[in-house]
Design a protein around this ligand. Structure first.
Ligand SMILES: NC(=O)c1ccc[n+]([C@@H]2O[C@H](COP(=O)([O-])OP(=O)(O)OC[C@H]3O[C@@H](n4cnc5c(N)ncnc54)[C@H](OP(=O)(O)O)[C@@H]3O)[C@@H](O)[C@H]2O)c1
Length: 354
């Protein structure tokens, strides 16, 4: 086995949009593990808009980051050595590996480790469809919005990782009309041609209020919101009685200070329409992950969920992968395959690796 590995550390705290110079690539020795630890070879690393907020210490659920710390990040990896009773060689795990070729993990709640059961599908799905973003799309549509037959559903950030799966989930649950909002003509074509949406709205050029009126003449029953801000306000102005709104994220406001957040004028319509608006956090649903994985994997096998993956090759790609989320240049689940040639790793050698 190789003795040295690469890892990305935070070189400076981002101001505004994160830049490549905010990171530094280092070569270090692969750590020795101690009792209670496992060494995990990283196969795929995901990126998420929230990572910028890890770097500016703006989340309540992640440990504070100092300059020089390894970038916090989650991915899929295979246990290659273990001195922990919880993990054995060959286990395929979704966990907090950090932006590095090998991660050391412990069986502690901090790591939020999830052992994948699915063996017949690509392990890359552990970053997207069978991982936190897939679970997020299912929680938002099924648990929060309780999508049912006949619902008229709208999704914002529809061409991103969560949004690209939320549409399939809404259709699988029987919705009637499904509309996605994304930025640019290519993404809008992708929504209707590959991601199961009936109609797409390009928020950069279409004039969202007019399009919402056109596509929802009878109002909106369900809104899965990844974007927040003014868009949420426009939607509140068009909700039906007993509408359900899942506040999944609010990426339009992640780069601005709280004083600049949009104050919705139409909030009163929640009461007027006996509607429900609820935020949620995927990690609060850990007990349900095995059921979610089973459900989503089944939909993939049946062709009812077609995950869209946007895969960069090599750990070096991580900063650009994160930046792409803010520039909107990703489509579907943006991730990095850490080793060009992953080789055969433990038991995962028997599963399909792209
Ligand atoms: N609640 C939870 O537990 C949970 C879990 C996971 C993720 N999330 C949230 O879900 C949302 C989506 O996450 P993801 O990982 O799937 O990211 P993503 O959607 O794959 O990537 C971000 C996308 O957001 C769009 N965007 C960027 N800046 C924007 C802006 N100012 N206004 C409107 N759209 C903008 C871009 O698409 P366009 O080109 O279309 O603009 C970009 O591709 C995020 O808000 C994230 O924080 C929540």
């Amino acid at each position: 086995m190789q003795k040295a590995m690469k890892q990305w550390v935070m070189a400076s705290r981002p101001k505004g949009l994160v830049k490549v110079e905010d990171f530094r690539l280092e070569e270090v020795a692969i750590p020795n593990i101690r009792k209670g630890e496992a060494l995990v070879k990283t196969l795929y690393l995901g990126v998420a808009p929230v990572m910028l907020r890890y770097m500016t210490n703006e989340t309540t659920f992640e440990k504070p980051m100092e300059i020089g710390d390894v970038m916090i990040g989650r991915g899929v990896g295979c246990v290659v050595a273990s001195k922990s009773v919880a993990f054995k060689e060959g286990d395929l795990l979704q966990t907090k590996l950090g932006w590095r070729e090998y991660g050391v993990i412990k069986d502690e709640p901090y790591y939020m480790t999830y052992k994948m059961a699915t063996q017949d599908l690509s392990p890359s799905y552990g970053v997207g469809a069978l991982g936190m973003n897939g679970f997020t799309s299912l929680i938002g549509m099924q648990e929060i919005c309780k999508v049912k037959k006949g619902d008229k559903v709208l999704v914002s950030g529809a061409a991103g990782s969560v949004g690209s799966m939320a549409g399939f989930v809404a259709k699988a649950l029987g919705c009637d009309i499904l509309v996605g909002i994304a930025g640019g003509p290519e993404k809008c074509t992708m929504l209707t041609e590959s991601l199961g949406y009936d109609y797409a709205i390009d928020y950069k050029t279409d004039g969202v209020p007019k399009k919402l009126d056109e596509l929802f003449p009878d109002g909106i029953d369900v809104f899965f919101d990844n974007v927040g801000g003014e868009l949420l306000d426009e939607v509140l102005g068009r909700i039906n009685r007993r509408a359900r709104i899942a506040i999944c994220g609010r990426i339009s406001e992640y780069l601005i200070p709280p004083e600049a957040y949009h104050r919705p004028r139409n909030m009163y319509r929640i009461g007027l329409k006996d509607a429900k608006m609820e935020g949620f956090f995927v990690y609060d649903y850990q007990a349900e992950y095995p059921n979610y994985e089973k459900q989503l994997a089944q939909w993939i096998r049946e062709g009812r969920l077609r995950p869209l993956e946007d895969i960069g090759i090599g750990l070096e790609e991580m900063p650009n992968a994160l930046i792409s989320l803010y520039k909107g240049t990703n489509g579907g689940t943006r991730m990095v395959k850490v080793f060009k040639d992953q080789g055969s790793v433990g038991k995962t050698s028997s599963i399909n690796m792209p």
